[in-house]
Ligand binder design. Structure first.
Ligand SMILES: C[S@@+](CC[C@H](N)C(=O)[O-])C[C@H]1O[C@@H](n2cnc3c(N)ncnc32)[C@H](O)[C@@H]1O
Length: 257
């Protein structure tokens, strides 16, 4: 993006690039399904998706690890006339009470953090009982990962390098992880109606650094090998009976729900 960082033109251009390049985003993320509900975005980056939730009428909150991300996302919401709370924070220790949000959304974030299972637990913790979780992580059994292995493994004389190692050493920040469907499922195995599905992206078949397959050709690629792995599910209701340690003897009491 060539425009001045933080300007309206900059944000508009970011949006054009994101949804032009990833045209499935609105269909998959349902940004406008959360009117008047509390939405938390974990790792909002520059706030492109956050703005879509705000436009859809959601009450938005977000965190990002970087001051740059948090302040640009905050500025962006304000520039388009929306209120929202955007803070610096770590997905492994979310600065929120439990059971708070109707949707906890995180796109392309928790595979960058060292303790991904801790981030997954935190995301579920702050989601309300009956609320929804939607998380995207990278998919190891994908065309993108295979291409990365061809380039950084085979062509670099390391044919025995694993897909995980190739991704960790060469894709985005050092230590980036990618998951199989089963692994992604077990990160969120506490959720109900759990669904894990890959999405084919422009990155799956790259002809060059900035050359992608046209969308009509991309549609011919089987979905199962897409680079984005979307995990979604609902947090179950609070169990009707919980051990209450504050009571003498720690006996089990019924909780009014
Ligand atoms: C690839 S960007 C994705 C940003 C945004 N979700 C999007 O889809 O455009 C990854 C983002 O995750 C943030 N991030 C990385 N580790 C994090 C952590 N431990 N806690 C919170 N945010 C983190 C980064 O600062 C960055 O903004």
């Amino acid at each position: 993006v060539r425009e001045v960082e933080g300007s309206r033109e900059f944000f508009d251009e970011l949006e054009r690039q994101r949804y032009g390049g990833d045209p499935f985003m609105h269909r998959v993320a349902h940004f406008d399904a959360w009117r008047d509900r509390r939405v938390l975005e974990v790792g909002c980056g520059l706030g492109t998706d956050l703005l879509q939730f705000a436009r859809g009428g959601a009450r938005v909150t977000a965190i990002d690890l970087t001051e740059r991300g948090a302040s640009l996302a905050r500025r962006r919401l304000g520039m388009y006339g929306f209120a929202g709370d955007v803070e610096v924070g770590d997905c492994e220790r979310l600065p929120f009470q439990s059971d708070r949000f109707d949707l906890v959304y995180s796109w392309g974030v928790i595979h960058h953090t060292p303790d991904t299972p801790a981030a997954a637990r935190e995301i579920v913790r702050v989601c309300k009982p009956g609320g929804t979780v939607m998380v995207m992580v990278y998919h190891r059994r994908s065309l993108f990962a295979f291409q990365a292995w061809l380039i950084y493994g085979l062509l670099h004389g390391k044919p025995f390098a694993s897909l995980s190692r190739v991704i960790s050493e060469n894709v985005e920040s050092p230590g980036t992880k990618a998951f199989s469907r089963g692994e992604a499922e077990s990160l969120f195995s506490g959720l109900e109606s759990l669904r894990v599905f890959p999405v084919v992206t422009r990155y799956d078949v790259r002809l060059g650094r900035r050359w992608f397959l046209p969308e009509w050709l991309r549609r011919l690629i089987p979905r199962g090998v897409g680079w984005f792995l979307v995990v979604t599910g609902k947090k179950g209701p609070v169990p009707a009976t919980v051990p209450d340690r504050s009571l003498d003897g720690g006996e089990t009491r019924s909780r009014a729900t």
